[in-house]
Design a protein around this ligand. Structure first.
Ligand SMILES: Nc1ncnc2c1ncn2[C@@H]1O[C@H](COP(=O)(O)OP(=O)(O)OP(=O)(O)O)[C@@H](O)[C@H]1O
Length: 238
């Protein structure tokens, strides 16, 4: 049974999507794609191919210049700035550099994400403790980011990403700053989250992970999807 999202809903739909930055760079040049609930998708491709631009459209960090991007049925181009938090309520985001608030503890960082969506106050403490336990950090909840290792910081950021039960987790190079052991730990967590029903979209340069934990692979080159395979390979040398 799916935990999030209704069967048959499409999590992400893009039709004829172009992203052209103000300097004239055509980062995406006509993208068509559908991601269904519960999928795990790797986004791969050479540096500068358009991977980050592709996933930034999903969390409305960027808007398409042409075409349509629907996330959980919402047309992201039509979302006013003040409504972005509402759209992101159902999306968890994980960055390569964690982006934790430095003056807050692990507990406070995760709680902050619940406050941002105005979750019921009485449920916060238990829920924050629950997700920090899920990522294996029960004994570090009062540590600040500079007291945590890179792997631990990324686990806090994953706890923050899932605390509001998102239907979609988007990760941009989540293992990019981590050693192999910590990278695998993060991948097992993302797999576990996916097994619980959450859709995961992850941009990565990690060949070993993509070729070992086989999932759908979307390859982007020069702003175009050049390959889209279930159980695909990484397909590049780096
Ligand atoms: N804000 C921006 N302004 C101008 N150009 C940009 C901007 N962001 C990205 N670009 C350009 O758009 C193209 C695609 O960049 P993008 O970051 O999407 O690629 P990427 O595949 O994620 O690369 P990497 O693997 O190196 O992170 C590149 O040529 C990049 O220089």
């Amino acid at each position: 049974m799916r935990v999030c999202g209704l069967e048959g809903d499409v999590v992400i739909e893009m039709h004829g999507v172009w992203k052209v930055y103000p300097n004239g760079v055509e980062a995406l040049r006509g993208i068509d794609v559908r991601v269904e609930p519960g999928e795990f998708v790797y986004v791969v491709g050479p540096s500068g191919a358009g991977k980050s631009s592709f996933i930034k459209l999903m969390y409305r960090e960027e808007k398409p210049d042409h075409g349509v991007v629907l996330v959980n049925g919402v047309n992201v181009k039509r979302v006013r700035d003040w409504k972005i938090p509402h759209v992101r309520r159902k999306i968890g985001i994980v960055f390569q550099d964690y982006k934790l608030l430095p003056n807050m503890t692990a507990f406070e960082n995760v709680k902050f994400a619940m406050e941002a969506v105005e979750a019921p106050k009485r449920k916060m403490k238990a829920r924050v403790e629950e997700v920090l336990e899920l990522v294996g950090l029960s004994d570090r909840i009062h540590a600040k980011p500079n007291q945590l290792s890179g792997g631990e910081q990324q686990r806090v950021s994953i706890a923050r990403a899932i605390v509001n039960n998102p239907s979609l987790v988007i990760a941009d190079e989540p293992t990019g700053n981590l050693d192999p052991e910590n990278s695998w730990d993060i991948m097992y967590l993302l797999e576990e989250i996916n097994n619980r029903g959450t859709t995961v979209v992850m941009a990565t340069h990690n060949k070993e992970i993509v070729n070992t934990l086989r999932q759908r692979v979307i390859a982007i080159e020069q702003g175009l999807i050049v390959r889209d395979e279930l159980g695909g390979e990484y397909g590049y040398e780096d």
